[in-house]
Design a protein around this ligand. Structure first.
Ligand code: GDP
Ligand code: MG
Length: 670
């Protein structure tokens, strides 16, 4: 018999941190809600008969958002052996709201008071024994971040699961409410257990739509339940749902009064609040956000990053030289030599050359995220997005999308409003992902060596186009509507752990390298093949190759954007395989003829193909046009319809085409 431990709690309370340390896995720990959107299971280390399940964070068991549905369905249908309810002990008032609901289920609950390190350093005191007595369940203080108390928690949880210790619903109601709820409970059919009956009764009292779908009650009984509820609503002059919410908070407040001693705060603001007064200031917030993001991209692209790229290029130059020598000695045919040196090393190497910059970029972004600033960014963007009808919730997928649009698009699942969710899916790919970075960096370095603003400016074009598109599309009927309220607590600022930051960065860099080894590799071989042969499969000069044929055919399409030549037109299309493939295409084109393409060849090639205006237009096109096929696949599966997918891709590509044309036409006249 496998014991299943379910980790349940509010967003951001440390569930995934716990899950990772319990199972030794590497799930994404994020400093904002909605990071875990699907449940994940793993075996407990050193306990072969125990499984741990990490569930999406929720504030309540009412199924309003997708995460709430995932978590609730899991608890109600799969019936785990024990719930480990992780709560942020530095924020008990809000966290216990969910606890009061979990204790109504039939599943045993153990309460884990996480973040005790924060509570202790705040100087607050929690009377654990008393709290356990009040809530009638086991309570264990822990700090998931350093593992203290975790062993004891697991031991207790496994014990509780084996003994099947049952919960007792908390006495949250006053007399009037209790009479109504108990009345409903008595009317329920006898086949349900007492504990489940209590839960069902409260849900029926609240008019929870899901519960009515699940159980069959005769219309006669329903009418009697309605009467009980109506009586209570009339007496309290409130609707049933609010009555239950109030009852829970009333109970929590009175319980905590006895269990927690908060240290009297001096009138001084804490450091966190002081920082927030500046960075979330109405006037300064946006400028500060832009300056921070600018600095991040500037350092990654222009300074530290570009220095390290030089040395990476040298490494790949050296490798291809040595390989060529070896192959010459080995008598390998010229075609194969060209495939390996020009195609594979040229194409994949050109992309891998950007690993240092990607690493530096994500070191900064992970730092900003883990120290707590990115939560503020979502809050700041909430104010900006609200002007045109989106909420800060839409900004979170875009933050996730700076790594890769695919998880970004998936992160839109936290948006309950279907229209807003669709719009966010459409706009998330505008934020440059790590695959677009090499293109921008290469172009900025080759054509704008004196203009350091060019590379970082792409991030801002992305945000501007999100805002502009939001304003435009929100006026049309498929997207119109008020933005949902956005509630998100701000974690206190803290110095990020180097482990967390390094792990985040490594996750991003790893997937970048993996992609270079798979899809970029395949694309490079394909591009090499197309540019080496003509349609009769005879080896030819690149200008007479199949690639040139295709390029010439496509070129006129991009005349208004200033890159209506065969090389650029073909490269723009390879971006749909993977955005990095644009870089490998140019590298292969540059390398042909005289062996390994050096960095200088590549720069020279780009300078002959592009003018500054057409290069900037090309960057804009790469930024905004339909994302790579993997991201289009994600759009399709999240939208659940081809019609919407086509609309999204059409909109993105149309906007990219238009803006690139405007930029070129204006830019070339300046
Ligand atoms: P989840 O949303 O519940 O899965 O929460 P995460 O595991 O993603 O953690 C949210 C944030 O809380 C991360 O920044 C963690 O580093 C931090 N965190 C988790 N546990 C602790 C803890 O015990 N103490 C402190 N100070 N921070 C913690
Ligand atoms: Mg999580």
């Amino acid at each position: 018999m496998i014991t299943v431990l379910a980790l349940v709690g509010n967003p951001n309370c440390g569930k995934t941190t716990m899950f990772n340390s319990l199972t030794g896995s590497d799930q994404y720990v994020g400093n904002w809600p909605g990071v875990t959107v699907a449940k994940k299971g793993g075996m407990l280390l050193n306990h072969p008969d125990c499984e741990v399940v990490d569930l999406p964070g929720i504030y309540s068991l009412s199924p309003y958002t997708l995460e709430e549905v995932v978590t609730r369905d899991f608890l109600v249908n799969e019936h785990p052996s024990v719930i480990i309810n992780i709560v942020d002990a530095s924020n008990l008032e809000r966290n216990l709201y969910l606890t009061t609901q979990l204790l109504e289920l039939e599943i045993p609950v153990v309460l884990a008071l996480n973040m005790m390190d924060v509570v202790n350093s705040n100087g607050d005191e929690i009377d654990i024994a008393r709290l356990a007595k009040e809530l009638n369940c086991k309570v264990v203080p822990i700090a998931a971040i350093n593992g203290s108390g975790v062993d004891e928690l697991i031991k207790l949880a496994v014990e509780v699961a084996k003994e099947k210790v049952s919960n007792q619903a908390l006495p949250i109601f006053n007399d009037t409410e209790e009479i109504a709820v108990r009345g409903i409970e008595r009317l329920l059919p006898d086949r349900e257990s007492t504990q489940l009956k209590r839960w069902l009764a409260i849900k029926i009292f609240e008019r929870d739509p899901k519960v009515f779908e699940q159980i069959k009650i005769s219309s006669n009984l329903l009418a009697r339940m309605d009467a009980l509820r109506n009586g209570c609503e009339k007496a309290e002059e409130d609707d049933a749902e609010s009555i239950v919410i109030n009852a829970r908070y009333r109970y929590i407040t009175s319980t905590l009064r006895d269990c927690i001693k908060k240290k009297l705060r001096t009138w001084e603001l804490s450091v966190s609040d002081k920082i927030d007064n500046i960075v979330t200031n109405r006037v300064l917030a946006l400028p500060i956000f832009f300056i921070i993001m600018w600095a991040v991209y500037y350092i990654a692209i222009q300074t530290l990053g570009s220095m390290s790229v030089e040395s990476m290029q040298a490494v790949f130059g050296f490798i291809s030289e040595q390989l060529t020598n070896l192959m010459v000695i080995g008598g390998v045919s010229l075609t194969i030599q060209s495939l390996i040196v020009d195609g594979v090393i040229g194409g994949v190497g050109a992309v891998l050359g950007f690993v240092p910059q990607i690493t530096i970029l994500f070191l900064f972004l992970s730092f900003l995220e883990d120290c707590g600033y990115m939560s503020r960014a979502a809050f700041i963007m909430d104010r900006a997005f609200r002007q045109f009808g989106l909420s800060g919730k839409s900004f979170i997928p875009m933050l996730v999308g700076t790594g890769c649009s695919v998880p970004g698009i998936m992160a839109t699942r936290t948006i309950e409003n279907e229209k807003d969710r669709r719009l966010t899916i459409m706009l998330t790919p505008f934020i440059p992902c790590s695959a677009k970075m090499p293109v921008f960096v290469l172009f900025a370095a080759s054509l704008f060596p004196k203009h350091s603003w060019v590379g970082p400016s792409m991030y801002f074009w992305g945000i501007i186009m999100v805002v502009v598109s939001g304003m435009l599309l929100k006026r049309t009927s498929p997207f119109a509507g008020e933005p949902a309220p956005f509630v998100m607590e701000m974690p206190a600022y803290h110095m990020p752990g180097s482990r967390t930051v390094l792990k985040h960065t490594w996750e991003q860099v790893k997937s970048f390298i993996l992609k270079a080894g798979t899809i970029v590799f395949a694309a490079s071989v394909l591009v090499w093949f197309l540019q080496s042969f003509n349609t009769s499969l005879v080896l030819v000069e690149p200008t007479k190759s199949m690639l040139a044929d295709i390029g010439h055919f496509l070129a006129p399409v991009f005349l208004p954007q200033g890159f209506g030549n065969w090389q650029a037109a073909f490269a723009a299309i390879t971006g749909f395989l993977a955005k990095e493939a644009i870089v490998s295409t140019f590298a292969i084109l540059a390398g042909s003829g005289d062996g390994a393409g050096s960095k200088a060849d590549l720069v020279l090639t780009l300078q002959t193909i592009f003018t500054p205006a057409s290069a900037y237009a090309f960057m804009i096109f790469t930024l905004l046009a339909a994302p790579c096929c993997a991201a289009v696949g994600a759009i399709r599966s999240e939208m659940g319809s081809w019609k919407w997918t086509l609309f999204a891709v059409g909109y993105q590509t149309g906007l990219a085409y238009l803006l690139a044309a405007i930029i070129y036409q204006v830019g070339s006249r300046l």
